[in-house]
Design a protein around this ligand. Structure first.
Ligand code: PXP
Length: 251
């Protein structure tokens, strides 16, 4: 079946640069507006427990001022659950979080934390929020996600992006197999982390993946050629890869 591949632009690192000096510049909400004009289908923002980049006020403004669907990345804590229930974003992506990590280093252990995760997934789902769980491309974690009622998984592409040569091919094989498994058991499948112009095509070509969330590379490229140009180029790379694999270009 042909499916459109959505691009969620993660704007966390606009806030990282802003926070390096405090104050208001550069404004992540302005970046979200520009992303909307440049081909993004959604905006993704991670409200970390330590607020190292995105702030509570950013989430409020993204919810109130941006028309694109907001995907709120969050840890599975009561504080974050309450914030999500207050703002009712289109979607939440539940991620593991450790204060000492530089970025989200691995997927959630859903299979080992079913009882902790299930009530949060249920509460968000009952509020009409689409819930995704960020997991390694491991069928066991997908089965566990389904078992606790999550409709969506996002596959962690970090290991694939970091690997080289045969190791990268092996990681791509894990992503393909997990995406096929998601389809087989009825989960919507997203992917993200570490994607670049170089690594995006192979993932975009996986036909059962319907959304990619991309941040750090796009914000980095924006320094050299502007955010609009970076997003358009990423969008084009995704569309080309999907078309070559037999998918459709637009919704
Ligand atoms: N998806 C999830 C769940 C993430 O946690 C992140 C990083 O915040 C991304 C996608 C985007 O990763 P990157 O910034 O490396 O593109």
């Amino acid at each position: 079946m042909k499916r459109y591949l959505r691009l969620g632009v993660n704007i966390d690192h606009v806030a990282t640069i802003r926070n390096a000096r405090g104050g208001w510049h550069p404004d992540p909400v302005r970046a979200a507006r520009l992303a909307a004009q440049s081909g993004a289908d959604g905006i993704t923002a991670h409200l970390r427990e330590d607020r190292r980049h995105i702030s509570d006020e950013d989430i409020r403004r993204l919810s109130d001022e941006i028309d694109l669907p907001l995907n709120l990345e969050m840890a599975a804590t009561q504080e974050m659950r309450d914030i999500a229930l207050r703002h009712r974003p289109h979607a939440t992506c539940i991620v593991p979080e450790r204060r000492e990590e530089r970025t989200t280093e691995g997927g959630l252990d859903v299979a080992g934390n079913r009882e902790h995760l299930r009530p949060i997934v249920t509460a968000l789902g009952e509020a009409g929020i689409r819930v995704s769980l960020f997991v390694e491309p491991d069928p066991r974690q997908l089965d566990a996600a389904l078992g606790i009622g999550a409709p969506v998984v996002e596959l962690h592409t970090g290991a694939y992006c970091d690997a080289q040569g045969p190791r990268r091919l092996a990681e791509l094989g894990r992503i393909r197999a997990a995406a096929a498994h998601a389809e087989a058991i009825g989960l919507e499948c997203h992917a993200g982390h570490g994607l670049s112009y170089e690594t995006v095509a192979a993932v975009a070509a996986v036909p059962t993946i319907v959304e990619l969330n991309i941040g750090h590379f796009l914000i980095g490229e924006a320094i050299f050629g502007g955010l609009e140009s970076a997003i358009k180029r990423m969008r084009a790379a995704m569309d080309q890869a999907r078309a070559a694999a037999g998918g459709e270009r637009s919704a």
